[in-house]
Design a protein around this ligand. Structure first.
Ligand code: ACO
Length: 327
């Protein structure tokens, strides 16, 4: 028995902000593109529901996986910008999707939140407590952005992504590692004024070390080398950070997925959004070995190796996923 990603889905708000929309902050398209790779980001309307956007992403992930809502045993949502403090968004999303009384809860671990939620889902399936878990990352970072601060305002975007995590037969056993260091809270935090503050340059250096070092660790534990990765999907905070990590790992540029140009930094939504966009671009195939890595507030971090639909994964309808033309 193993655990794979059975499907992914994305949902973005309609409103697009280009780099030119920030020139009043004494910045420029050239600076933003050169330093970050970001060209545009999405913005959720102030009165819009993030749970609704997240439900769209989850519905698409379910459709992509072929898993029926009735077969989902748990719903876990990673977010730091939920519509309300309590209850979490997971219960609302589950109900909107017609998932019957699942275990449902939110996780808050900054930009690493999605990997924390995914690690929980894998453990739940490996321990026999669940067969299929819906894992979502959803953020409306515009709710905690200081829109007058060029150091952060240009970097952040809103969006939601989701994956279905499923029990499968055969294939690679997932290998994950998570960690945190609370002595470095001051590098990136949201305090009582509810606005995100960070020391970008210091985070940059730590992000490269943390993502490269922990990806090497999970590869080693899985008995794999970097050449085994079909696609490396890291937290989309800055294209320069991701390229620095891939150079440290020795992963060629064509095996690294980037969508930070289109969505900017969407925190917990970043990796599932990237996975869904990679799927839409036909970059995933059954059995593809994925390397995932994230860092964020805490500092917190995570890295993992997992397959996309093991070739011999048994789908809920009893058919094999391979050979059916699925991505
Ligand atoms: N436009 C123009 N100039 C800017 C802008 C901007 N938008 N933002 C900062 N600058 C200036 C700074 O004020 C600084 O000016 P100074 O030298 O006169 O003081 C100068 O640019 C250079 O600053 P650096 O910090 O050296 O620039 P760097 O190349 O490191 O890029 C950046 C800054 C983009 C923030 C980068 O460090 C980074 O991406 N860090 C990681 C950020 C991150 O990933 N945060 C965690 C995620 S946030 C979240 O999780 C929700």
């Amino acid at each position: 028995m193993t655990v794979t990603l059975a499907g992914a889905g994305a949902a973005l708000p309609e409103r697009v902000l280009s780099n030119h929309d920030f020139v009043h902050l004494d910045t420029s398209d050239e600076w933003i593109v050169q330093r970050t790779g970001i060209r545009e980001r999405r913005r959720l309307a102030a009165d819009a529901s993030l749970a609704e956007l997240a439900t769209d992403a989850c519905g698409r992930a379910l459709a992509d996986s072929g898993v029926a809502p009735r077969d989902i045993h748990q719903v876990v949502v990673a977010t730091s910008t939920a519509d309300r403090i309590s209850p979490g968004m997971a219960v609302e999303i589950a109900t909107r999707l017609g998932i019957d009384r699942p275990a449902a809860f939110d996780v808050s671990a900054g930009c690493s939140g999605f990997l924390y939620a995914l690690d929980h889902a894998i453990a739940a399936i490996e321990s026999g407590r669940a067969d299929h878990v819906l894992v979502c990352g959803a953020e409306a970072l515009s709710r905690i952005t200081d829109h007058t601060d060029r150091n952060t305002a240009v970097l952040l975007g809103d969006g939601a992504g989701a994956v279905v995590v499923s029990r499968a037969e055969g294939g690679l056993r997932p290998s994950f590692v998570l960690g945190s260091d609370g002595t470095r809270i001051d590098l990136l935090h949201v305090q009582q004024d509810k606005l995100l503050r960070m020391r970008g340059r210091e985070i940059f250096e730590s992000a490269v070390d943390l993502m490269a070092g922990h990806t090497e660790l999970v590869l080693e534990r899985a008995g794999l080398g970097a050449e085994a990765l079909d696609l490396f999907v890291a937290h989309q905070a800055n294209a320069r950070i991701i390229h620095a990590v891939r150079r440290r790992l020795g992963v060629p540029a064509e095996r690294v997925f980037l969508n930070v140009d289109k969505v900017a930094n969407t925190s917990s939504a970043s990796i599932p959004l990237a996975l869904a966009h990679a799927g839409e671009q036909q970059l995933l195939h059954p059995g593809a070995v994925l390397g995932l890595a994230a860092f964020g507030a805490g500092l917190s971090w995570g890295a993992g190796v997992i397959t996309w639909r093991s070739p011999d994964a048994v789908r809920p309808d009893g058919e094999l996923s391979a050979g059916r033309g699925v991505r």
